[in-house]
Design a protein around this ligand. Structure first.
Ligand SMILES: NC(=O)c1ccc[n+]([C@@H]2O[C@H](COP(=O)([O-])OP(=O)(O)OC[C@H]3O[C@@H](n4cnc5c(N)ncnc54)[C@H](OP(=O)(O)O)[C@@H]3O)[C@@H](O)[C@H]2O)c1
Length: 286
Protein backbone atom coordinates (compact mmCIF):
# COMPACT_ATOMS: atom_id res chain seq x y z
CA UNK A 1 0.00 0.00 0.00
CA UNK A 2 1.40 3.40 -0.97
CA UNK A 3 1.97 5.84 1.89
CA UNK A 4 0.49 9.34 2.03
CA UNK A 5 1.28 12.20 4.38
CA UNK A 6 -1.88 14.31 4.45
CA UNK A 7 -1.31 17.75 5.96
CA UNK A 8 -4.36 19.69 7.12
CA UNK A 9 -6.36 16.50 7.59
CA UNK A 10 -9.12 18.10 9.67
CA UNK A 11 -10.03 20.96 7.33
CA UNK A 12 -13.07 21.00 5.04
CA UNK A 13 -11.20 19.36 2.15
CA UNK A 14 -8.61 17.49 4.22
CA UNK A 15 -11.24 15.77 6.39
CA UNK A 16 -13.12 14.32 3.44
CA UNK A 17 -9.93 13.43 1.59
CA UNK A 18 -8.59 11.57 4.62
CA UNK A 19 -11.73 9.40 4.83
CA UNK A 20 -11.58 8.56 1.15
CA UNK A 21 -7.82 7.95 0.85
CA UNK A 22 -7.74 5.70 3.91
CA UNK A 23 -9.59 3.11 1.83
CA UNK A 24 -6.76 2.86 -0.73
CA UNK A 25 -3.59 4.23 0.89
CA UNK A 26 -1.75 4.08 4.19
CA UNK A 27 -2.54 7.62 5.35
CA UNK A 28 -0.83 9.62 8.08
CA UNK A 29 -2.94 12.73 8.69
CA UNK A 30 -1.69 15.80 10.54
CA UNK A 31 -3.51 18.85 11.91
CA UNK A 32 -2.37 22.22 13.19
CA UNK A 33 -2.23 20.66 16.66
CA UNK A 34 0.07 17.82 15.57
CA UNK A 35 2.13 19.55 12.85
CA UNK A 36 2.46 23.30 12.37
CA UNK A 37 3.65 23.66 8.76
CA UNK A 38 5.55 26.82 9.75
CA UNK A 39 7.82 24.66 11.92
CA UNK A 40 10.45 23.61 9.38
CA UNK A 41 12.24 21.04 11.55
CA UNK A 42 8.95 19.38 12.47
CA UNK A 43 7.84 19.19 8.83
CA UNK A 44 11.15 17.64 7.73
CA UNK A 45 11.10 15.20 10.66
CA UNK A 46 7.50 14.12 9.90
CA UNK A 47 8.36 13.47 6.25
CA UNK A 48 11.35 11.33 7.30
CA UNK A 49 9.24 9.44 9.82
CA UNK A 50 6.43 8.66 7.36
CA UNK A 51 8.57 8.36 4.19
CA UNK A 52 5.47 8.71 1.94
CA UNK A 53 5.04 8.41 -1.84
CA UNK A 54 2.77 11.47 -1.74
CA UNK A 55 2.64 14.53 0.49
CA UNK A 56 -0.70 16.35 0.13
CA UNK A 57 -1.08 19.81 1.59
CA UNK A 58 -4.65 20.86 2.41
CA UNK A 59 -3.56 23.20 5.23
CA UNK A 60 -3.94 26.92 4.64
CA UNK A 61 -5.00 30.22 6.13
CA UNK A 62 -8.30 30.39 4.22
CA UNK A 63 -10.07 33.42 5.67
CA UNK A 64 -9.82 35.76 2.66
CA UNK A 65 -10.74 38.95 4.54
CA UNK A 66 -8.64 37.82 7.53
CA UNK A 67 -5.56 37.64 5.26
CA UNK A 68 -5.81 41.42 4.69
CA UNK A 69 -5.48 42.15 8.42
CA UNK A 70 -3.27 39.20 9.44
CA UNK A 71 -1.00 39.34 6.42
CA UNK A 72 2.14 38.18 8.21
CA UNK A 73 0.56 34.99 9.55
CA UNK A 74 -1.26 34.32 6.27
CA UNK A 75 2.01 34.73 4.36
CA UNK A 76 3.79 32.33 6.70
CA UNK A 77 1.10 29.63 6.38
CA UNK A 78 0.08 30.03 2.72
CA UNK A 79 3.42 31.15 1.34
CA UNK A 80 6.61 30.57 3.31
CA UNK A 81 5.60 27.21 4.86
CA UNK A 82 5.40 25.68 1.38
CA UNK A 83 9.17 25.85 1.20
CA UNK A 84 9.29 23.59 4.27
CA UNK A 85 6.86 21.15 2.68
CA UNK A 86 8.60 21.22 -0.72
CA UNK A 87 11.99 20.60 0.90
CA UNK A 88 10.47 17.76 2.92
CA UNK A 89 9.05 16.22 -0.26
CA UNK A 90 12.48 16.45 -1.92
CA UNK A 91 14.21 14.99 1.11
CA UNK A 92 12.19 11.77 0.93
CA UNK A 93 11.62 11.80 -2.87
CA UNK A 94 7.85 12.30 -2.50
CA UNK A 95 5.43 13.85 -4.95
CA UNK A 96 3.84 16.99 -3.53
CA UNK A 97 0.18 17.75 -4.20
CA UNK A 98 -0.67 21.29 -3.15
CA UNK A 99 -4.04 23.04 -3.31
CA UNK A 100 -4.14 26.59 -4.63
CA UNK A 101 -6.74 29.05 -5.79
CA UNK A 102 -8.29 31.12 -8.58
CA UNK A 103 -7.28 34.18 -6.50
CA UNK A 104 -3.77 34.01 -7.99
CA UNK A 105 -5.35 35.83 -10.96
CA UNK A 106 -6.60 39.41 -10.83
CA UNK A 107 -9.97 38.41 -12.31
CA UNK A 108 -9.97 41.38 -14.68
CA UNK A 109 -10.01 39.33 -17.90
CA UNK A 110 -13.12 39.46 -20.12
CA UNK A 111 -15.69 37.16 -18.44
CA UNK A 112 -16.32 35.40 -21.75
CA UNK A 113 -12.87 33.81 -21.38
CA UNK A 114 -11.44 31.33 -18.85
CA UNK A 115 -7.95 31.40 -17.33
CA UNK A 116 -5.53 28.70 -18.48
CA UNK A 117 -2.62 27.38 -16.44
CA UNK A 118 -0.02 29.14 -18.59
CA UNK A 119 -1.47 32.62 -17.98
CA UNK A 120 0.54 34.96 -15.79
CA UNK A 121 -0.84 35.17 -12.22
CA UNK A 122 -1.39 38.70 -10.87
CA UNK A 123 -3.08 38.45 -7.46
CA UNK A 124 -4.74 41.54 -6.00
CA UNK A 125 -5.89 40.26 -2.60
CA UNK A 126 -3.59 39.43 0.31
CA UNK A 127 -4.91 35.85 0.18
CA UNK A 128 -4.06 35.55 -3.53
CA UNK A 129 -0.57 37.01 -3.02
CA UNK A 130 0.23 34.60 -0.19
CA UNK A 131 -1.14 31.63 -2.15
CA UNK A 132 0.97 32.58 -5.20
CA UNK A 133 4.10 32.56 -3.03
CA UNK A 134 2.96 29.13 -1.86
CA UNK A 135 2.77 27.92 -5.46
CA UNK A 136 6.25 29.26 -6.21
CA UNK A 137 7.63 27.44 -3.18
CA UNK A 138 5.67 24.24 -3.91
CA UNK A 139 7.35 24.06 -7.32
CA UNK A 140 10.70 23.65 -5.55
CA UNK A 141 9.63 20.06 -4.74
CA UNK A 142 10.42 19.21 -8.38
CA UNK A 143 7.81 16.44 -8.40
CA UNK A 144 4.67 18.46 -7.78
CA UNK A 145 1.05 19.03 -8.71
CA UNK A 146 -0.53 22.38 -7.90
CA UNK A 147 -4.30 22.04 -8.12
CA UNK A 148 -6.03 25.42 -8.31
CA UNK A 149 -9.59 25.25 -7.12
CA UNK A 150 -12.34 27.84 -6.52
CA UNK A 151 -15.59 28.51 -4.64
CA UNK A 152 -15.07 25.39 -2.53
CA UNK A 153 -17.83 23.91 -0.38
CA UNK A 154 -18.19 20.60 1.42
CA UNK A 155 -19.92 18.77 4.23
CA UNK A 156 -17.15 19.24 6.77
CA UNK A 157 -16.76 23.00 6.90
CA UNK A 158 -18.24 26.47 6.96
CA UNK A 159 -19.06 27.45 3.38
CA UNK A 160 -21.20 29.56 1.06
CA UNK A 161 -23.91 26.92 0.52
CA UNK A 162 -24.42 26.40 4.25
CA UNK A 163 -24.49 30.18 4.81
CA UNK A 164 -27.18 30.67 2.14
CA UNK A 165 -29.27 27.78 3.51
CA UNK A 166 -29.04 29.23 7.02
CA UNK A 167 -29.93 32.74 5.82
CA UNK A 168 -32.91 31.39 3.91
CA UNK A 169 -34.42 30.25 7.22
CA UNK A 170 -34.67 33.85 8.45
CA UNK A 171 -34.78 36.00 5.28
CA UNK A 172 -37.48 36.42 2.62
CA UNK A 173 -34.97 37.96 0.23
CA UNK A 174 -31.20 37.66 -0.21
CA UNK A 175 -29.02 40.05 -2.20
CA UNK A 176 -26.23 38.20 -4.01
CA UNK A 177 -23.47 39.40 -6.34
CA UNK A 178 -24.31 38.71 -9.98
CA UNK A 179 -21.21 40.00 -11.78
CA UNK A 180 -18.56 37.58 -10.44
CA UNK A 181 -18.13 34.45 -12.54
CA UNK A 182 -16.63 31.09 -11.61
CA UNK A 183 -17.20 27.43 -10.84
CA UNK A 184 -18.63 26.32 -7.50
CA UNK A 185 -16.60 23.28 -6.50
CA UNK A 186 -17.65 20.51 -4.17
CA UNK A 187 -14.91 18.98 -2.02
CA UNK A 188 -16.09 15.56 -3.23
CA UNK A 189 -15.22 16.49 -6.83
CA UNK A 190 -11.86 17.90 -5.76
CA UNK A 191 -11.15 14.64 -3.87
CA UNK A 192 -11.99 12.73 -7.06
CA UNK A 193 -9.57 14.92 -9.04
CA UNK A 194 -6.81 14.42 -6.44
CA UNK A 195 -7.36 10.64 -6.52
CA UNK A 196 -7.25 10.63 -10.33
CA UNK A 197 -3.99 12.61 -10.32
CA UNK A 198 -2.46 10.20 -7.80
CA UNK A 199 -3.49 7.26 -9.92
CA UNK A 200 -2.55 8.62 -13.34
CA UNK A 201 0.49 10.65 -12.31
CA UNK A 202 0.33 12.95 -15.36
CA UNK A 203 3.08 15.42 -16.19
CA UNK A 204 4.01 17.53 -13.13
CA UNK A 205 2.70 21.08 -13.01
CA UNK A 206 -0.33 23.25 -12.37
CA UNK A 207 -3.86 21.92 -13.07
CA UNK A 208 -7.06 23.92 -12.78
CA UNK A 209 -9.33 21.74 -10.65
CA UNK A 210 -12.93 22.83 -10.24
CA UNK A 211 -16.34 21.45 -11.09
CA UNK A 212 -17.30 21.77 -14.74
CA UNK A 213 -19.29 24.75 -16.04
CA UNK A 214 -19.43 28.39 -15.02
CA UNK A 215 -21.98 30.52 -13.18
CA UNK A 216 -22.28 33.57 -10.93
CA UNK A 217 -22.80 33.70 -7.14
CA UNK A 218 -26.34 34.93 -7.89
CA UNK A 219 -27.23 32.01 -10.19
CA UNK A 220 -25.48 29.59 -7.84
CA UNK A 221 -27.67 30.84 -4.97
CA UNK A 222 -30.83 30.57 -7.11
CA UNK A 223 -29.88 26.93 -7.80
CA UNK A 224 -29.25 26.25 -4.10
CA UNK A 225 -32.72 27.63 -3.24
CA UNK A 226 -34.37 25.68 -6.05
CA UNK A 227 -32.73 22.35 -5.17
CA UNK A 228 -33.32 22.84 -1.44
CA UNK A 229 -36.96 23.80 -2.03
CA UNK A 230 -36.56 27.20 -0.33
CA UNK A 231 -38.94 30.07 -1.13
CA UNK A 232 -36.44 32.85 -0.41
CA UNK A 233 -36.21 35.34 -3.29
CA UNK A 234 -32.66 35.96 -4.53
CA UNK A 235 -31.94 39.47 -5.81
CA UNK A 236 -28.91 40.28 -7.99
CA UNK A 237 -26.52 43.07 -6.94
CA UNK A 238 -23.27 44.34 -8.43
CA UNK A 239 -19.90 43.93 -6.70
CA UNK A 240 -19.93 47.69 -6.05
CA UNK A 241 -23.36 47.51 -4.37
CA UNK A 242 -22.19 44.55 -2.27
CA UNK A 243 -19.07 46.46 -1.19
CA UNK A 244 -21.26 49.37 -0.04
CA UNK A 245 -23.30 46.92 2.07
CA UNK A 246 -20.14 45.19 3.42
CA UNK A 247 -17.29 47.74 3.40
CA UNK A 248 -14.90 45.43 5.31
CA UNK A 249 -14.98 42.74 2.61
CA UNK A 250 -11.95 42.47 0.31
CA UNK A 251 -12.43 42.87 -3.45
CA UNK A 252 -13.27 39.58 -5.14
CA UNK A 253 -12.22 38.79 -8.73
CA UNK A 254 -14.98 39.29 -11.31
CA UNK A 255 -13.60 36.53 -13.48
CA UNK A 256 -12.65 33.36 -11.59
CA UNK A 257 -13.25 31.09 -14.55
CA UNK A 258 -10.60 28.36 -14.70
CA UNK A 259 -10.28 26.36 -17.91
CA UNK A 260 -10.23 22.57 -17.37
CA UNK A 261 -8.73 21.82 -20.81
CA UNK A 262 -5.43 20.65 -19.31
CA UNK A 263 -7.22 18.31 -16.91
CA UNK A 264 -9.28 16.92 -19.82
CA UNK A 265 -6.08 16.24 -21.78
CA UNK A 266 -4.93 13.88 -19.02
CA UNK A 267 -8.31 12.12 -19.00
CA UNK A 268 -9.88 13.78 -15.94
CA UNK A 269 -13.41 15.12 -16.40
CA UNK A 270 -14.93 16.72 -13.28
CA UNK A 271 -18.70 16.66 -12.76
CA UNK A 272 -20.90 19.61 -13.74
CA UNK A 273 -21.30 22.02 -10.80
CA UNK A 274 -25.10 21.59 -10.80
CA UNK A 275 -24.81 17.80 -10.45
CA UNK A 276 -22.22 18.07 -7.68
CA UNK A 277 -24.42 20.59 -5.84
CA UNK A 278 -27.45 18.32 -6.12
CA UNK A 279 -25.52 15.37 -4.67
CA UNK A 280 -24.09 17.54 -1.90
CA UNK A 281 -27.51 18.91 -0.89
CA UNK A 282 -28.94 15.39 -0.66
CA UNK A 283 -26.35 14.67 2.05
CA UNK A 284 -26.40 18.11 3.67
CA UNK A 285 -30.19 18.20 4.05
CA UNK A 286 -30.58 14.56 5.22
N1 LIG B 1 -12.58 27.40 0.72
C1 LIG B 1 -12.51 27.89 -0.52
O1 LIG B 1 -13.44 28.48 -1.06
C2 LIG B 1 -11.24 27.70 -1.32
C3 LIG B 1 -11.17 28.24 -2.60
C4 LIG B 1 -10.02 28.05 -3.35
C5 LIG B 1 -8.96 27.35 -2.82
N2 LIG B 1 -9.04 26.85 -1.55
C6 LIG B 1 -7.89 26.11 -1.02
O2 LIG B 1 -8.30 24.78 -0.77
C7 LIG B 1 -7.52 24.25 0.32
C8 LIG B 1 -8.47 23.61 1.33
O3 LIG B 1 -9.34 24.61 1.82
P1 LIG B 1 -10.40 24.33 2.98
O4 LIG B 1 -11.55 25.22 2.72
O5 LIG B 1 -10.58 22.87 3.16
O6 LIG B 1 -9.61 24.93 4.24
P2 LIG B 1 -9.94 24.86 5.79
O7 LIG B 1 -11.21 24.12 6.04
O8 LIG B 1 -9.79 26.25 6.33
O9 LIG B 1 -8.76 23.96 6.33
C9 LIG B 1 -7.45 24.43 6.43
C10 LIG B 1 -6.79 23.71 7.57
O10 LIG B 1 -5.46 24.18 7.70
C11 LIG B 1 -5.17 24.26 9.09
N3 LIG B 1 -4.04 25.14 9.34
C12 LIG B 1 -4.02 26.50 9.42
N4 LIG B 1 -2.77 26.92 9.74
C13 LIG B 1 -1.99 25.81 9.83
C14 LIG B 1 -0.62 25.60 10.14
N5 LIG B 1 0.23 26.61 10.41
N6 LIG B 1 -0.16 24.32 10.16
C15 LIG B 1 -0.99 23.27 9.93
N7 LIG B 1 -2.29 23.41 9.65
C16 LIG B 1 -2.79 24.67 9.59
C17 LIG B 1 -6.46 24.78 9.69
O11 LIG B 1 -6.50 24.55 11.07
P3 LIG B 1 -7.45 25.47 12.02
O12 LIG B 1 -8.83 25.33 11.47
O13 LIG B 1 -7.24 24.85 13.37
O14 LIG B 1 -6.91 26.86 11.87
C18 LIG B 1 -7.49 23.94 8.92
O15 LIG B 1 -7.71 22.71 9.54
C19 LIG B 1 -6.68 25.41 0.83
O16 LIG B 1 -5.40 25.34 0.25
C20 LIG B 1 -7.38 26.63 0.31
O17 LIG B 1 -6.51 27.73 0.15
C21 LIG B 1 -10.15 26.99 -0.80
Amino acid sequence: MKKVLLIGADGMLGGELRERLEKIYEVTGTTLQTLDICDRDAVLAKAKEVNPEFIINCAAYTNVDGCEVNYELANKVNGLALENIADAAKLVDSTLIHISTDYVFDGKMDVEKAYTEDMEPAPVTAYGKTKLLGEQNAEKAGKYYILRTAWLYGLGGKNFVKTMLKLSETHDTLKVVADQHGSPTCTTTLCEIIEAVMEKEPEYGVYHSTNEGFTTWYDFTCKIMELAGRKTVVEPVTSEEYKEMNPASSDRPKNSKLSKEKLHKVGVYPKAWEKALEEYLKEELK
